[in-house]
Write a protein that binds this ligand. Structure first.
Ligand SMILES: CC(C)(COP(=O)(O)OP(=O)(O)OC[C@H]1O[C@@H](n2cnc3c(N)ncnc32)[C@H](O)[C@@H]1OP(=O)(O)O)[C@@H](O)C(=O)NCCC(=O)NCCS
Length: 203
């Protein structure tokens, strides 16, 4: 999304920056891990495809993504939105957080008839690629900063998002616990992928 092309979210020790070309090789390296691809339900991409993906994440109006960088020796603080790309080193990258917009469907009753109504949903994805940074509360901080940004930026209104959803493997306890804590509720279990869907309504 062009909307966040020059935006960072500063949480002190964690900073969220737009996904830029210079992040692609490191990102591609991470995604060679079969474990990480399975946890994030991602496909293996070539470097060329990853560069195309980066361009699409940066430009498409239905996608919003940030790379997460970790600053050693800095205190955590409340998220602060900066209108610039915060300075960082590639070696400080630890993961990413993103959302993409899709259309959801529901049956509603209108004049005693069942009709199919559509709405916009934002599917969230969160990944701390480096295992040594997991289970330390950072995932919680990242998702809270990301949702804070979406909610204070006017994006909810301009994109008409009605709900957030996530899809996660049924055994991914850290992810399930994190999103439950953030107010998400399970709505579906998809047996063929052993995947749980959780959602949180916005209005
Ligand atoms: C899922 C992920 C983002 C969670 O972030 P995290 O920083 O590890 O999680 P947090 O430390 O913020 O903890 C979140 C919750 O999970 C719990 N948790 C953390 N690690 C856990 C573990 N190994 N086993 C069980 N529960 C765990 C925490 O106790 C916390 O719950 P609580 O606040 O109710 O106590 C991170 O582990 C990750 O990136 N994993 C690999 C990629 C992935 O699975 N992405 C999710 C795809 S939807």
């Amino acid at each position: 999304m062009r909307f966040n092309q020059s935006t960072s979210i500063d949480c002190g020790n964690l900073i969220l920056v737009p996904y830029l070309e210079r992040h692609v090789l490191k990102y591609h390296e991470w995604m060679k891990s079969p474990e990480l691809r399975e946890l994030t339900c991602s496909e293996s991409l070539t470097v060329k495809e990853e560069f195309q993906m980066q361009k699409s994440w940066l430009e498409d109006e239905d996608k919003l993504t940030f790379i997460v960088v970790y600053k050693h020796g800095v205190e955590n603080k409340k998220p602060q939105v900066l209108h610039e790309i915060a300075s960082h080193h590639i070696d400080e990258m630890i993961g990413d957080v993103n959302m993409f917009l899709t259309e959801g469907y529901e049956d509603v009753e209108e004049d005693q008839n069942q009709i199919c109504s559509t709405y916009i949903q934002a599917e969230l994805e969160l990944m701390i690629a480096k295992p040594e940074f997991r289970s330390k509360g950072l995932g919680t901080t990242i998702i809270e900063a990301f949702l804070y940004y979406i909610e204070q930026s006017g994006l909810l209104e301009s994109t008409h998002i009605a709900k957030y959803i996530i899809r996660v493997g049924s055994k991914n306890l850290p992810s399930l616990r994190l999103f439950k804590k953030e107010g998400f509720q399970q709505t579906k279990y998809v047996a063929c992928f052993d995947q749980v869907e959780m959602e949180k309504s916005i209005r």
